[in-house]
Design a protein around this ligand. Sequence first.
Ligand code: CP
Length: 314
Amino acid sequence: MSSLKSKHMLGLDGVTREEISLILKTAEAMKEIFTRKVKKVPTLTGKTVVNLFYEPSTRTRASFELAGKMLSANMMNLSSSSSSVVKGESLIDTGKTLEAMGADIIIMRHSAQGSCKLLSQHVKASIINAGDGNHEHPTQALLDMFTIKEKKGQIEGLTVLIVGDILHSRVARSNIFGLLTMGAKVRVVGPATLIPVEYKKLGVEVFYTLEDALQGADVVNILRIQRERQKKGMFPSIREFHRFYGMNERIIPYLKDDVLILHPGPMNQGVEIDPIIALDDRAVIEEQVTNGVATRMALFYLLAGRGNQNEDLN
Ligand code: CP
């Protein structure tokens, strides 16, 4: 396989193993560009890429911008607070306006589930989902899988534990779809109120005790408590959550010697993760950020850069 089936990346639900493998393999080549003296290739020359963010972001937005610039795209950044959205312009009208300016790729983050799919039905540009409500965040899961493969040499057969606020997490959903497709065993752990029951039907192992869930886990992916999406009463208090589900000094004896510790960021230190874990030699949180640029470059290349094939990566 040398191309993706869809011109959009709306989520990993339904994306095949071959497609994910292609993205991860392409990201390896993209990461090599980082080691060059001149970190720029002409793959997206003449293409226009728009970052359209209706929710805050540091990592995703900045890494898409850097990825686009390294591939020589014209990059535009729009946020809801500084655009005509504040004057009442709809999402579809905003998309059509960007299309009229020649946008080839629109990367969108929005609080509403399904908003990226909606936009993809109204504009000709490729849409990349940078997080839609608690639905999916596919590029985060791709960079997480890239990091796992880079560090462990494979994804198939590994036991990957996702810890914390599973219910509100688009990162968890995309990771679950992607990891199961790639042949990993997936576990989740958290308070019962923060674990959707339907994940069991997908083949995910559900735990409610962190110490039990950590036994034999090759990878631990720690999620942020999404206070902005929480309804009251999902768990007694932050202090209680930290005591039972926080990755802190207490759980160190339960970690495998070669465990890989991930966190998508931003971290709430002292809540879901303590500095002693974030700074552990087995944590690769900063490398995830670097890999985010390579993975997003790969996606740009596969969605829009193939036309410039002769100039690729040279
Ligand atoms: N992981 C992630 O999506 O981070 P940002 O919110 O900073 O983009």
